[in-house]
Design a protein around this ligand. Structure first.
Ligand code: RIB
Ligand code: CA
Length: 321
């Protein structure tokens, strides 16, 4: 039985691949896509979600825009990683998929209260929408099967030496989510840095011979150029689909149960996820933390999902198909 999920995202190159994995893999039922400010403004992340759904032929999945800024600090986008559009690199057709008029939090509330079974939330962005949902509608917590998020790290960060981007962008929101008591799995940099899109992966995507396969390869090439420049990575760590893959097949990642707390006051460490791997603090377990990725299973799922979604009908692409 497919697991019902909602992705809350900030497309974003890796968010785009997370959407494709969720829409193309039969093990999950993508009920909706909500967007939030993070990698880019919420206007741009919403346009990008519409562009991804258009090029992949994803229809019937409502898209709703959410919070335009973090709860308690100004927004600092990641144009250095994702470009001015938030999805620089590949060609995209003009979007034909529209966004819903309602706010993301209202869409989340409507689906969670109306769906016949509890829904898994997969945030791959700052947690502003999710924190606002849990604060405005606390009764929704019982309708959430699990939160499986991309964010945090047991060690170094990427936005700062101590903090990972999604948590650093809105630490107050992350603190609310980690303290909520909702079952939670954290797919942080420890595991997502294992999701490297090697030349072999790029060849598999291009080898599909579809517009979407080429778009995905181009997304990854742009993302890889950012990571090479900023961090010296040999290949792009495709973070966000790891969270979706965890829902699709829990065996794709190995997790440990532990306490995760969010640093809110540290001058140098604000936004750090403090992960008590050895139980030294006495703080109660509040999360599963993913540590290892089965890269073969992961990439097989991603490539298969992209293959299932392409090719596009009636959209003229520059790829000469
Ligand atoms: O740190 C990586 C995370 O920040 C990913 O979700 C990426 O899309 C950015 O949002
Ligand atoms: Ca993201």
């Amino acid at each position: 039985m497919a697991v019902p999920i909602i992705i809350d995202c900030d497309p974003g190159h890796d968010d785009a691949l997370a959407i494709l994995l969720a829409a193309g893999d039969p093990a999950v039922d993508l009920l909706a896509i909500t967007t939030v400010a993070g990698n880019q403004t919420v206007e741009k992340t919403t346009l990008n979600a519409r562009r991804v759904c258009t090029v992949a032929g994803i229809t019937g999945v409502p898209i709703a825009a959410g919070c335009p800024k973090p709860l308690a600090q100004r927004l600092a986008v990641a144009a250095d990683v994702h470009g001015e559009s938030g999805l620089d690199g590949p060609w995209f057709p003009e979007p034909t998929v529209e966004a819903e008029p309602e706010h993301a939090v209202e869409l989340l509330h409507r689906i969670l209260t109306g769906h016949p079974e509890p829904v898994t939330l997969v945030p791959t962005a700052p947690l502003t929408n999710i924190a606002l949902l849990l604060t405005r509608y606390p009764e929704c917590a019982s309708r959430i099967r699990e939160i499986v998020l991309m964010g945090g790290s047991t060690g170094r960060g990427n936005r700062t030496p101590a903090a990972e981007f999604n948590i650093h962008t809105d630490p107050e929101a992350a603190d609310i989510v980690f303290r909520s008591g909702v079952p939670l799995t954290m797919c942080g940099l420890d595991v997502t840095h294992q999701a490297l899109a090697t030349p072999e992966v790029l060849a598999r995507l291009d080898g599909l011979g579809t517009d979407l396969g080429h778009v995905c390869a181009e997304l990854i090439r742009f993302f890889a150029s950012s990571y090479r420049t900023l961090y010296g990575f040999p290949a792009a760590p495709v973070h966000d689909p790891v969270a979706v893959a965890r829902v699709i097949d829990p065996d794709v990642v190995r997790c440990v149960e532990t306490n995760v707390a969010v640093e809110l006051r540290g001058e140098l460490t604000r936004g750090m996820t403090v992960v008590d791997l050895h139980g030294r603090t006495g703080r109660p377990v509040n999360a599963r933390v993913a540590l290892e990725l089965r890269q073969d299973l992961f990439w097989d799922r991603v490539v298969a999902a992209v293959a299932a979604l392409g090719p596009q009908a009636g959209i003229r692409s520059p790829y000469g198909r």
